[in-house]
Design a protein around this ligand. Structure first.
Ligand SMILES: [Zn+2]
Length: 204
């Protein structure tokens, strides 16, 4: 009798739902559901931890465009799991910044929210101030590859960057944004820049 009531109350506070399909998870369970979990495509190497598509793409879109911040713990845990290979090798975690105007409109930077638990797991500071977005670039998704490169050129500036940086983004498409940001970090003083994206478009 007590348990269903208690569970109902807890669900009110924090209903655990699958970030891929939004189905309610069973009591005590969290993360992607049994249907979605096998569809996550872990990438063994490269800058992206998972292929961008299926339930993970749904989760990231929901986080960014439907403000499903309740999906963050699950996505943040995926980030931390995949970041183990960078442990002890970085001095700071730097998220790819949004332009202030865009940030005001959305209210949060998904890359920064995902970089937060990562920095904690790696026991280094989260340092968003070391990389600044100078220009508000057009939405990359509508552009071809060459246009993407041109679009983000000169868009970033690194400032007093620590020696070893882990640059973090939520989605890597062609890599143009991450390449431009990496260049800015080196110009700003970095000696080694590592790159990590939660999801990457693999067949481009
Ligand atoms: Zn699901």
């Amino acid at each position: 009798m007590l348990r269903p009531v208690l569970r109902g109350l807890l669900d009110l506070i924090a209903p655990a739902r699958c970030p891929g399909c939004d189905v309610r998870r069973d009591w005590g369970q969290e993360g992607f559901c049994e249907a979605c979990a096998p569809l996550l495509e872990a990438l063994p190497s490269g800058p992206s931890l998972y292929g961008y598509g299926g339930p993970l793409a749904e989760a990231i879109r929901a986080l960014k465009y439907a403000r499903r911040l309740d999906y963050l713990p699950v996505l943040g845990a995926l980030m931390c799991e995949g970041a183990r290979r960078h442990a002890g090798k970085v001095d700071a975690v730097v998220p790819v910044p949004m332009h202030p105007r865009r940030l005001r409109r959305r209210g949060f930077n998904a890359a920064e929210l995902l970089a937060e638990p990562l920095a904690r797991a790696l026991a280094v500071p989260l340092s968003p101030t070391h990389l600044v977005r100078l220009r508000d670039t057009a939405v990359q998704a509508s552009l071809g590859e060459a246009e993407r490169e041109a679009n983000v050129r000169g868009a970033f500036e690194g400032r007093s960057v620590p020696a070893r940086v882990l640059l973090v983004d939520d989605v890597r498409t062609t890599g143009a944004t991450l390449r431009a940001a990496t260049g800015a970090l080196y110009r700003g003083g970095a000696r080694q820049v590592r790159v990590l994206a939660l999801a990457g478009v693999v067949d481009l």
